[in-house]
Design a protein around this ligand. Sequence first.
Ligand code: IMP
Length: 174
Amino acid sequence: MAREQLSVLIPEDRLQARIRELGAKIRADYGDEPLTVIGVLKGSFIFMADIVRAIGGDVRCEFLGVSSYHGGTRTTGVVRITDDLRNPIEGQHCLVVEDIIDTGLTMDYLLKILAVRGPKSLRTCSLLDKPAHREVDITCDYVGFSIPDEFVVGYGLDLGERYRNLPYIAVYSP
Ligand code: IMP
């Protein structure tokens, strides 16, 4: 594996500390209300596992599979649902969990298709925010870290399906 192309941007201890903070803030905002957390696959699977435990309380986990990349480092702008939710979300407080918001196109699309299903509320949480390439005006309710304009991997984020298993976020330099 070409480890020399990676440099650590957010180490594991900072990730975990921030996720605990975010989880506590989210739980405080919803009080004792049940919350349906919707993880966007594949990139959010590791963050999802940690954030739902940090939120605690009455949480339901759902997953939505989307694909907007085809193995490269730039988005195609075309969002494709590869796996839909297994259950209805009507009348539920829903929180969409993403790994990263870059152009914002994926989140914008997801919010549109989920809003018409009648959730009680719909908010967004992203571990990373890369505002440099924003193409749509998206405000994320809960953000872990705002990062510079770099391609990052690790902690669920991939390059051509590699590096998802790194326990930290690293900048990938070709
Ligand atoms: P957006 O639609 O441009 O906001 O991109 C959202 C998706 O692009 C994310 O869920 C990631 O899967 C992917 N993505 C964007 N930036 C990066 C990155 O730096 N590394 C890995 N994947 C990324």
